[in-house]
Ligand binder design. Sequence first.
Ligand SMILES: Nc1ncnc2c1ncn2[C@@H]1O[C@H](COP(=O)(O)OP(=O)(O)OP(=O)(O)O)[C@@H](O)[C@H]1O
Length: 588
Amino acid sequence: MIRQLYRVLGPEGSRPLNRLLVLQCGAAVLQGVAFALLVPVLRALLGPGPGDVWPWLTAFVACALAHTVLQGAAIGGGFTVGSRLSRVLHRRMADQALRLPLGWFTAGRTAEFSRLAGQNVIQVMSTPAHLLRPFISSLLTPATLVIATFFFDVRTALVLLVCAPVLFAVQAASSAVMRRLDLGRDAAIGESADRVLEYARNQPVLRAFGRTAEGYGALDDALLAEARADRRLIARGLPGLVSFSFATRLVFALLLALGVSWQLDGSLTVPTLLALLVLLVRLIDSVSSAAEAGAGMRIARNTLERLGAVLDEPPFPQPAEPRTPRDASVEFTGVGFRYDGDDGGPADAPAARPVLDDVTFRLPERSMTALVGPSGAGKTTIAGLLARFRDTTEGTVRIGGVDVREIAADDLTAHVSLVFQDVYLFDGTIEENVRVGAPDAEPGALAEAAARSGLDRVIEELPDGWATKVGEGGARLSGGQRQRVSIARALLKDAPILVLDEATAALDQENEALFADVVRTLADRKTLLVIAHRLSTVVRADQILVLEDGRITERGTHDDLVTAGGTYASFWERRARAHGWRLAAAPS
Ligand SMILES: Nc1ncnc2c1ncn2[C@@H]1O[C@H](COP(=O)(O)OP(=O)(O)OP(=O)(O)O)[C@@H](O)[C@H]1O
């Protein structure tokens, strides 16, 4: 547990923890010495010369005072280390979030991450002040008392020395069982928390489909599993706790019996026997509190291990010697990709099927490419690989002739802008959201991006204009408004490569025209890859890539492809009869 604390605090946090441990150990030993001094005090008081008590009493008071001072300092130190722990953990988690591959953030892992950063960090930050101190004193105070007993009665001390390992063995066995059970229960509680969250988030769908009355199966199952884990904890954990408490009482009874028999045979005086009994009661008390402190430490250790596991997740590899792209062209060469392990499933799960297979294409600088294909063909996956959200399973993605794996993260971000269908906005103002990609942009550039994306009209209508709060995830804006913020954000960032996922649902007629406008004005200035759903966009493209089931099946200009008479041509013909234009999977 202490090792885990050192691990998560890192080198800069280890000095205050060292100091805290010294203070806590000092306080625990002084407490033991103070208790031990009660023996000569009692012996003197109950013995033939009560006047001898004064030196012992003075030593006892001095020790108790010193213990109080150290204890106070240790409590203060505990709070200091606790708040440092929270700061360090939050900072390290934020750093780690930046370094982890996007594929790591599945729904389950994101929920665990938010639990760890919230309630678990709060729980861990109380460890140094509230758990470490009682735990250390429950170990060192009894150890000091056993050593002190040698000065008063060697036989009692030897019996204690023999019994101590037995007590520790019982405690360790019970602790190991409890730790396993705690882990199982933690996982069950985490699962219930995820399902409750999911239940709350899905209320609109559940209510729309009248699924509220009969409950929510996944949540019911999670709650049942949690109740089972609770019952298991009580049924299997209780025997261990009871046997430890029984063992400590047994040791006390044994020593009591031995003490009485030594007193009866005259080898132990009554005052010493009484004083030793007082000492033993303190000792048993301390050992029993070790079990309680141990339970708290066990839970904190489990949490620290989970935190450590997230912090130790291998980061997305960054190049040791980054290279800079020559220009803004893009090249996919023999790219294959599968989402293996992304869903956080078991490591031995069968390998996922490839989503992309041998995808090769080139986007020349300042050209426009339309990527078309049925739903699930892999279009968004291609966009994600271009921005290096994930690494390819096979083949290479190059920007300006340089493998994206050799480009520094900042450089890559500066080269690529993305406008996705499901726009995510931060819980801030519209201006903050647009400035995400270019925090220092001039007001003129901001106004221009707003005008070109049509955001200026949205801002005019909103009472707080640019300062309008968008709500968590942009919930206070309509889908079309969010889309405009997202386009303005990409325009303001002004990266040479722009990937646009043409929204199908979020756009009304006006937004649609706007989007077409943006595409038209950008086509000769940037390398544009448009995941296209509208014919007007596709016809205008310098090249069209038709993606079907993870493979590029056709490529060329609109005229080329219509002449070629393949899949694209048949879609094009059908389009005359359709209201919209959208590739659908060919009937098999
Ligand atoms: N995170 C993920 N984990 C596992 N599989 C995924 C993940 N994201 C996408 N897939 C799968 O990869 C395939 C391609 O998905 P992708 O989103 O790239 O298709 P798309 O062509 O963009 O579809 P659409 O036009 O509907 O947006 C689909 O079968 C999808 O189920």
